[in-house]
Ligand binder design. Sequence first.
Ligand code: PHE
Length: 362
Amino acid sequence: MASLKDRIDGLRKTFEESAREIGDAKSLEELRTAFLGRKKGHVTLLFEDLRSVPPEDRREAGRLLNEFKSFVQARLRDLGEKAIPGAKYAAGRVTGTSSVTAGATVIHSDEDLTLPGRKRYVGAIHPLTIFEEKIERIFLAMGYTIEDGPEIETDYYNFGALNFPPHHPARDQWDTLFIKGDLLLRTHTSPVQVRVMERSRPPIRIICPGRVFRHETPDPTHLPMFLQVEGLVVDEGVTFAHLKGTLVHFLRALFGETVKVRFRPSFFPFTEPSAEVDIECLVCSGGDPGCRVCGGTGWKEILGSGMVHPRVLANVDIDPERYSGWAFGLGIDRTAMLAFGIPEMRYFYENDLRFLRQFGDL
Ligand code: PHE
């Protein structure tokens, strides 16, 4: 043991003496080979001797040796940086060589030092967040406020208060994921309407973006979890004209003044009358009979809307004789697909960096 320690100390001295002589990459490489060379390097040979050290001392001897090896490697790296700046050290090895020409050191490196640096990606805002914030800005500009509600809801807020009688077949349209007893994963953002109306009085003007859940088989435009944004306006004298005017303004602000929009009569238990809104398929513009987004119809349904049912107002103690309201619920993912021209909703959730990086670096 003592002898090993002495040998290491001796070699350390030899190393430092040679290190003083280093002037270029060649002498540095010689020093590296002398100590770390795979066949005859001093360190390599010491490791071979380890086999003849008695087992009880081997642990300590190994520690000393490893420490010395790290010391040599670190010193070589330092020396390399000082002797030939810019040359690259890989595992203690000089990959650039230099020669002295008329007093100047010329570096022949494997690396092209004139290349621009590699770009580091700090991150990017998720496309759904970009899109949700765009929607929020449009409504904030019209004086709406943003509200929030729980993702785990009770039957009452998701259905009962929204005028779905118990066991009514209309519930089947919302393929619900039940949790236990009265609890379920909200199937839409409409329960937030009820919560807001319970705690505030008209005039009400809110939107509520959030996650919703349905028992669905995934396909290009359906997922068991997706995003919706709910809108609600309640005041005196609110009519269907307000609903239509606001939604057309909103969709033009989102997609441009010339976007084609159509309203279709529909049914929701919590609105009367109700309408669904389609926009032209911006992926194929109606030109592809096999379009995966619109199925060749040229239109894509993006939101449901209607005049708040008087019974829903009564459920939250707002007098339906005096007040009226309108509401809408828009599928954020689906609409973002049209806006960005994405044929697959799943892309949003797979977190493939090649996809995510296309939407704006920070
Ligand atoms: N909650 C409805 C849905 O998820 C959409 C909607 C909201 C319809 C508000 C009318 C009013 O399909």
